[in-house]
Design a protein around this ligand. Structure first.
Ligand SMILES: [Zn+2]
Length: 316
């Protein structure tokens, strides 16, 4: 769509928010007949699309009268106005209607997106500072994760990676079974009877917190790509935004929508990171085969980073 050649501008198209805003217009009449039912009344043009909520409006074409929520206010060749649905428009007025419908739908969509963008602009400075502080916290935690990994031997790293991959944060204690328990196990697991091997009892004794943070990757950092577009939005004034190219409007609109889910997701990852890096939680790594020496090393290396992130997040 070439925008410069589009003679429609947002300010010229009325906003039809409810039935009254349509039926109260000076030239509005319903129902009306059109050619060939009416000798010489033809389609004039589309004035504006509407998308109602609640009360429906009847189609203004005499032979139709179907109630609907979504349609178009149109003008007629004899200077009247009425409202019609999309199907009636296409059936009665063919290509004249369809071409106008496309332009109006595109403009309607643009206005909807622009309004959401202008709406967001009000909150943009607060959103920006939220993103910047999230990024700061996340970067801090990432550097802690880097140091942490540096304290583990490669065998310990592998054990941890396997545990994280299992997505089961539970830690277990293993106990040998009594004779009765062995018999009961073999009874319910016929496959084990041949070999006679009975695994020890697995008793949950706790949980390692923060796996989501350990598993986080660059993909989880998408939200930070919106810091610069957000700065652009803050710098631009209303007129500049209204004249943005459709591509920029679409992109901005998309990340506004995404920020609603990506921000809470990042907040969760950060909370997981903070929960992982506590002395108590790190101590649980013993249960998956990280040595006491390594854990001590980690605790020493991360003592002040842990204190710093907790004070940044005002966690006592
Ligand atoms: Zn109709």
């Amino acid at each position: 769509m070439s925008e410069s050649k589009n003679d429609l501008t947002i300010d010229e198209v009325p906003i039809l928010k409810d039935v009254a805003s349509i039926t109260s217009r000076a030239k509005y009449q319903s129902p009306l007949s059109f050619h060939p039912d009416h000798r010489d009344r033809m389609f004039g043009g589309i004035i504006a699309p509407y998308h109602l909520h609640g009360e429906k409006i009847k189609c203004g074409i005499q032979s139709c009268r179907t109630p609907h929520w979504h349609g178009y206010l149109i003008s007629t060749s004899d200077d009247k106005e009425t409202n019609i649905g999309k199907d009636c428009g296409k059936n009665h007025f063919k290509a004249d209607f369809s071409a106008e419908m496309k332009r109006h739908d595109a403009l309607y969509e643009r206005r909807l997106k622009l309004n959401r963008i202008l709406d967001l602009k009000k909150d943009a400075p607060a959103l920006l500072s939220q993103l910047i502080s999230l990024q700061d916290h996340y970067d801090h935690l990432k550097s802690m994760r880097f140091k942490f990994r540096g304290c583990l031997s490669s065998a310990e790293s592998n054990r941890l990676a396997t545990k994280v991959k299992s997505a089961d944060p539970t830690i277990y204690e293993y106990q040998a079974r009594t004779k009765e328990e062995r018999d009961a196990y073999l009874e319910t697991n016929p496959a084990a009877r041949k070999s006679g091997t009975v695994p020890p009892k697995e008793i949950p004794i706790g949980e390692i917190k923060g796996f989501t943070f350990l598993a986080a990757t660059y993909k989880d950092e998408e939200i930070f790509n919106y810091i610069n577009p957000l700065r652009q939005l803050i710098r631009a004034n209303k007129n500049q935004i209204t004249s943005w190219k459709q591509g920029q409007i679409n992109e901005t609109h998309v990340w506004i929508g995404k920020s609603k889910t990506l921000i809470p997701a990042m907040e969760y990852i950060i909370a997981q990171g903070v929960a992982f890096f506590t002395d108590e939680n790190l101590g649980k790594l013993l249960a998956i085969g990280v040595s006491a020496e390594s854990i001590e090393h980690v605790a020493m290396e991360l003592k002040s980073p842990i204190a710093l992130i907790r004070s940044k997040l005002k966690i006592t």
